[in-house]
Design a protein around this ligand. Structure first.
Ligand code: ADP
Ligand code: ZN
Length: 215
């Protein structure tokens, strides 16, 4: 499958992507994971991106398009991909359209996962992430804590609250989403690719998408 996952921070894009990749061997491409990995590794990209990310601002489109142009040409994308957290702005969506045409790739759909704001706020304040850049497993202190407090079940690294998951950065990220990313819903509607799903339960999202894709 070749999907774009749209939705506010905390809508469950990453969770849904992880379940779907297991079905047909598609890869999850999360620009947030790639950027956090670069920040921890201290690469040039990481140094350029770090300040924006801490504030909850978007990283410049040119940096993101550089990452994606390379990533979409890696061999593991042949089986399909789920774009999680990209595109995030109209210019990124337009640049992606040009890039996909150049690579001769067509998308199945752009999925908008819709979740009420109260649910989003609650999820983000209670979300915890494995700090190992190769893992980045997601937990929730209320609904799915790690078996041993503060330790990742999958890799044994520390499970932490992200720097951009303070209350202030969260409300800034949500405002950025509404201003810059929500307009992509109209963009993909015009492209004839939009599918809207209610995201209060990730399992329901997955089942709806499976039937829409004939899986
Ligand atoms: P969430 O969806 O939970 O907000 P992500 O992990 O997708 O978080 O992204 C974390 C941060 O990485 C964003 O706040 C932003 O600074 C940066 N980022 C990720 N993807 C993009 C993108 N496509 N364009 C610009 N910035 C991005
Ligand atoms: Zn881990």
């Amino acid at each position: 499958m070749k999907l774009i996952l749209l939705g506010a921070p905390g809508a469950g894009k990453g969770t849904v992507a992880k379940i779907l990749t297991a079905i047909d061997g598609s890869v999850q491409i999360s620009t947030g994971d790639i950027l956090r990995g670069a920040v921890q590794a201290g690469t040039e990209l990481g140094k350029d991106a770090e300040g924006y990310m801490k504030r909850g601002d978007l990283v410049p489109d040119s940096l993101i398009m550089g990452i994606m142009e390379k990533r979409l040409q890696e061999p593991d994308c042949q089986k399909g991909f789920l774009l999680d957290g990209f595109p995030r702005t109209i210019p990124q969506a337009e640049a992606l359209k040009v890039l996909l045409a150049k690579l001769n790739i067509s998308l199945d759909m752009a999925v908008s996962i819709e979740v009420p704001r109260e649910v989003i706020l609650d999820r983000l304040c209670t979300r915890r992430t494995c700090e190992n850049p190769q893992c980045q497993a997601i937990y929730n202190v209320k609904s799915s804590p790690p078996k041993q407090e503060g330790i990742c079940d999958k890799c044994g690294s520390a499970v932490i609250q992200r720097d951009d998951e303070t209350e202030e950065a969260i409300s800034h990220r949500l405002a950025t989403y509404n201003e810059k990313t929500a307009p992509l819903i109209g963009f993909y509607e015009k492209e004839g690719l939009l599918k809207t799903v209610s995201g209060t339960s990730s399992d329901t999202v997955v089942n709806e998408l499976k039937s829409a894709l004939g899986l």
